[in-house]
Ligand binder design. Structure first.
Ligand SMILES: Nc1nc2c(c(=O)[nH]1)N[C@H]1C(S)=C(S)[C@@H](COP(=O)(O)O)O[C@H]1N2
Ligand SMILES: [Mo]
Length: 324
C-alpha cells in the first residue's frame, strides 16, 4: 500500500543533490546559531533565494518545481519562497504578504514549551532539549487554507504521538490544547484587542495520536523561519490550515473540548473539527475548489484534503454533511 505521505528520513544518504539535506547535529547547531535577523539570510536554501519584500525577482522565471520534490499524489512541492512569503500569522499582520517582513528577526531562542493538564509527567522543556529527543523526518504535506488556497510543503519534524508519549497523557485526557506565544511587544497584530489572543487550537485525542499529526520544526530541511511558526508548530494536513497552530509555548491535555481562536470569533464559520470537505461550504464561500499557490487554474478540493484513507474512520459516527 502506498504510504499516506512522502517521508524522507533525514539521515538518508539518498537525498538528491538539489534537495537541502541537513543532519540532526547540523540542524541543532544551526538552531543554536540562529540569532535575531540571521535566519533568513543564513539559512534560506539556495534552491530558492528568498527575496525580501519589495525586491523584484530578476532573471529567469522560477522553474515549476525547483526542488523536484512531490507529495504522494505527485503534486510538486511549492518553493521555499512561496511557502515563506505567503503566510497566515495574525499575530504579526493579516496581510499574507507582509508577515515575513514583520516576523524577520523574531527571536525564537531561547524558547520553552510547557506540558500540563492531564498528564503523568508535567514538565517544561527548552525547545533545544525537546527537539534533541526525536529523530527528525521530512513529510511532504498539502496545506489547505479555509480561505480556498493551498500549498504542498516539505516539513521537517516528528509525529505528535511521540511528543505526547513523552508526557504520558492520563486516561481521562480527551483533547490536546495548543497555545501560541503571547508577545505583544514583538507581535504587532496582538495589539488589536478585537482578537482573543493568544491563538489557541486543539485536537481530539485520537486525532492527535493519528500518525499524520506532526510537530514541525523545519521547512525544506532547515529550521523553521519565524513566519512559518518557529521554533515549533503543528501540521494537521486533513484539516483546514487554521487548525495547525504556530509558535507553540504550551501543550495541555484536557477533558473538555478547548475554546479555540477562530471558533471563538465565529463559531458558525470555523468549527472545532474543520476537516477539509469539498461538499460542505463555508457559509460565505464554496469549498469545492482551491487555488494552489503558483498555479493559474483552480483544482478540485479533495475530501479530507486527500488523506481520507488515514482519517475517515475517526469520523464514522459524525454526519459529515453538517458544518463542524
Ligand atoms: N499562531 C497562529 N497559528 C496559525 C495562524 C495564525 O494566525 N496564528 N494561522 C493559521 C492559518 S489560517 C493557516 S492557513 C496556517 C498557515 O501556515 P503557513 O503560513 O506556515 O503556511 O497557519 C495557521 N496557524
Ligand atoms: Mo488558513
Amino acid at each position: 500500500m502506498k504510504k499516506p505521505y512522502e517521508t524522507v528520513p533525514v539521515r538518508s544518504s539518498e537525498i538528491t543533490p538539489e534537495h537541502i539535506y541537513i543532519n540532526r547535529r547540523q540542524f541543532l547547531k544551526g538552531l543554536a546559531a540562529v540569532g535575531a535577523g540571521s535566519l533568513l539570510a543564513a539559512c534560506a536554501p539556495d534552491i530558492a533565494k528568498t527575496l525580501t519584500p519589495g525586491e523584484q525577482a530578476t532573471g529567469a522565471p522560477e522553474a515549476p518545481n525547483p526542488s523536484g520534490l512531490t507529495d504522494e499524489l505527485g503534486n510538486a512541492a511549492n518553493s521555499y519562497e512561496q511557502i515563506s512569503q505567503y503566510n497566515n500569522f495574525y499575530e504579526f499582520t493579516i496581510d499574507k504578504e507582509g508577515v515575513a517582513r514583520l516576523a524577520e528577526g523574531y527571536a525564537t531562542s531561547p524558547w520553552t514549551i510547557e506540558f500540563s493538564g492531564l498528564v503523568n509527567k508535567p514538565q517544561t522543556l527548552s525547545f533545544d532539549d525537546l527537539v534533541s529527543r526525536f529523530d527528525q523526518e521530512e513529510r511532504i504535506y498539502r496545506l489547505r487554507c479555509v480561505e480556498g488556497w493551498s500549498m504542498v510543503i516539505p516539513w521537517l519534524g516528528f509525529p505528535l504521538s511521540k511528543l505526547l508519549s513523552l508526557v504520558e497523557p492520563m486516561g481521562s485526557a480527551k483533547y490536546v490544547k495548543f497555545t501560541t506565544i503571547l508577545d505583544q511587544d514583538h507581535m504587532p497584530g496582538q495589539n488589536t484587542s478585537y482578537y482573543p489572543w493568544p491563538y489557541i487550537e486543539g485536537l481530539r485525542m485520537d486525532e492527535a495520536m493519528n500518525d499524520l499529526s506532526f510537530v514541525v520544526t523545519g521547512l525544506y530541511g532547515k529550521p523553521l523561519p519565524p513566519q512559518n511558526g518557529a521554533p515549533l508548530r503543528i501540521a494537521v494536513p486533513w484539516k483546514y490550515g487554521f487548525k495547525s497552530g504556530k509558535s507553540i509555548v504550551k501543550v495541555e491535555l484536557t477533558e473538555e473540548e478547548p475554546y479555540t481562536f477562530w471558533n471563538t470569533i465565529a463559531p458558525h464559520e470555523y468549527g472545532f473539527y474543520a476537516n477539509v470537505n469539498p461538499q460542505v461550504d463555508h457559509p460565505r464561500w464554496s469549498q469545492a475548489s482551491e487555488r494552489r499557490i503558483g498555479e493559474l487554474s483552480r483544482r478540485s478540493t479533495l475530501m479530507f484534503n486527500g488523506y481520507a484513507d488515514q482519517v475517515a474512520s475517526m469520523y464514522s459516527d459524525m454526519d459529515l454533511t453538517v458544518y463542524y
